[in-house]
Design a protein around this ligand. Structure first.
Ligand code: SF4
Ligand code: SF4
Length: 477
């Protein structure tokens, strides 16, 4: 029985409701009036429910170009209205790749004998963080496998402390998001106390049968425990949670609708939906055969992104370096608001790179596609009209959870996003950019200052930019 407010995974992610929704969308294929109504609702920034999303996904499947053009137009309008041309950057930091789970799609799975297992010491974490700071990163997503013996929660907490404590030259990591296995309310409380930003956990797939097949052994096999993790995290006081499915494991329509049910469950239960949605697609990994998966082609994947932008206008959407540089460009247009850049998916990869050691694949979780350096990505974005941002202001100002959402929904958040983006871009330009990227970044800053609508904020931003030139750092609204 479907119940969005239930505490039980199989009731708030009801298989029956998802299948009924898919059938309902099939029955309404080509229902122009209904589609029109949905598009109008999306265009007024009100978001969509899972049934409305299913109708649009049906149009994706039918390749209804007329509707898809409209979906793209509206997605781009929402993106422009809420996020402008700002793109927030982060980098993953892999602490350890020990794992007791057996996820079939992941190179870290327990029985992968080819994988070289590694766990960074606090000294090694320092080196990684310095290398990341020297690239210009301010926001990290911590990644580990699940292994209570080798990677206890205390290790993760110590690592967070280490990361926040390092100040190399003008560098600092100002927000640590955490992507670790589903855990207890008690442990989530500890993470909250450690000052994490977003707690991220991908559902992988919402289809229970496939979920259990993909996770044949280990604690992650428990579908309910995994699916209810965000409830425990939010009960523990973590306001910002990030969800996602791994496209390629199961039917993309089923999983997108499942994800919408998860959004609704969190909204109905905690008054606020997920802070972010990540959109990873299957990639080649050690001891993983890609042909065993249902690859979602670009044209469908990009349309899913556009539909989701229409459905959850105020939720940040994240694409990693799993995607090619060409497709990332297209996805930015359609609604993505956060990117990783210059990423290493191995344990200790950043320090190796900084030392000039060729990055080895033997500890990597998966193969990245966009292998450009952060500076190359920044260069391209600045040249093509985007404002790359290293902003971490909201969580540091206590704008999290429903406080953040109400500001976002009132259209006020962009008043701070824009100047924060320019000030962090200025820091990047001075401290880390190549000469050419610095030139383009300065052009972006000069072009964008007059676009700050609030006069007082504009004046303060100009003042702060001068202070940054004079050597001061870390201004924020
Ligand atoms: Fe372990 Fe996570 Fe990989 Fe599964 S996806 S094998 S839990 S690291
Ligand atoms: Fe994100 Fe808040 Fe910074 Fe805007 S001001 S980019 S919402 S952290």
């Amino acid at each position: 029985m479907y119940d969005s407010k239930s505490k039980k995974a199989e009731e708030f992610i009801s298989d029956e409701e998802i299948l009924d929704t898919i059938a309902y969308a099939k029955e309404n294929r080509g229902n122009k009036e209904l589609i029109q109504e949905i598009l109008q609702q999306a265009e007024s920034f009100k978001g969509l429910n899972h049934r409305q999303v299913a109708i649009l996904l049906e149009c994706v499947e039918a390749q209804d170009q007329e509707v898809l053009q409209e979906v793209h137009r509206i997605a781009m309008k929402i993106k422009e209205h809420i996020y402008g041309n700002r793109i927030v950057f982060f980098a993953p930091l892999y602490l350890a790749n020990y794992c007791v789970n057996s996820c079939r799609y992941c190179g870290y799975h327990h029985s992968n004998c080819e994988m070289v297992r590694k766990k960074l010491s606090q000294e090694e974490i320092k080196k990684e963080v310095i290398a990341l700071q020297d690239m210009g990163h301010k926001r990290l997503a911590l990644e580990t496998g699940e292994d209570p013996v080798n990677i206890p929660i205390e290790y993760v907490l110590d690592s967070i402390k280490t990361i926040y404590s390092i100040k190399h030259k003008n560098g600092a990591i100002r927000r640590v998001n955490v992507n670790i296995a589903a855990t207890t309310v008690e442990n989530y409380k500890k993470l909250k106390e450690a000052g994490i930003g977003t707690y991220i956990l991908f559902q992988e797939t919402y289809n229970k049968k496939t979920y259990e097949y993909m996770h044949p052994a280990g604690p992650k096999h428990n579908y309910a425990y995994h699916t209810e993790a965000m409830d425990r995290a939010m009960t523990a006081g973590i306001d910002d949670v990030g969800i996602g499915v791994l496209y390629g494991l199961y039917d993309w329509k089923y999983d997108t609708i499942g994800m919408m049910l998860h959004v609704k469950h969190l909204e109905d239960t905690f008054g606020v939906g997920p802070h972010t949605i990540s959109l990873p697609r299957m990639r080649f990994a050690s001891d993983v055969e890609l042909q065993d998966y249902q690859n979602v082609p670009d044209e469908i994947f990009n349309n899913i992104v556009a539909v989701l932008r229409c459905a959850v206008p105020y939720t940040g959407m994240i694409i990693s370096t799993r995607e090619s540089k060409e497709n990332r460009k297209e996805l930015l247009r359609l609604g993505i608001s956060q990117l990783s850049g210059g990423s290493s998916t191995g344990v200790g990869g950043y320090a190796d790179r900084a030392d000039g050691v060729e990055e080895s694949e033997d500890t990597a979780q998966f193969q990245v596609d966009d292998v450009r350096s952060l500076d190359e990505i920044m260069n391209e974005l600045c040249r093509t009209g985007y404002i790359p941002s290293f902003c971490t202001a909201c969580y540091r100002e206590g704008r999290t959870g429903d406080r953040f959402m109400s500001l976002a929904k009132a259209g006020q958040i962009c008043n701070v996003c824009q100047p924060n983006a320019l000030m962090t871009l200025k820091e990047y330009a001075i401290d880390y950019a190549s000469e050419e990227t610095r030139k383009y970044a300065e052009e972006v800053i000069q072009n964008e200052i007059p676009r700050i609508k609030n006069e007082k904020i504009r004046a303060k931003t100009i003042e702060n930019l001068k202070e940054i030139e004079n050597g001061k750092r870390d201004f924020r609204f």
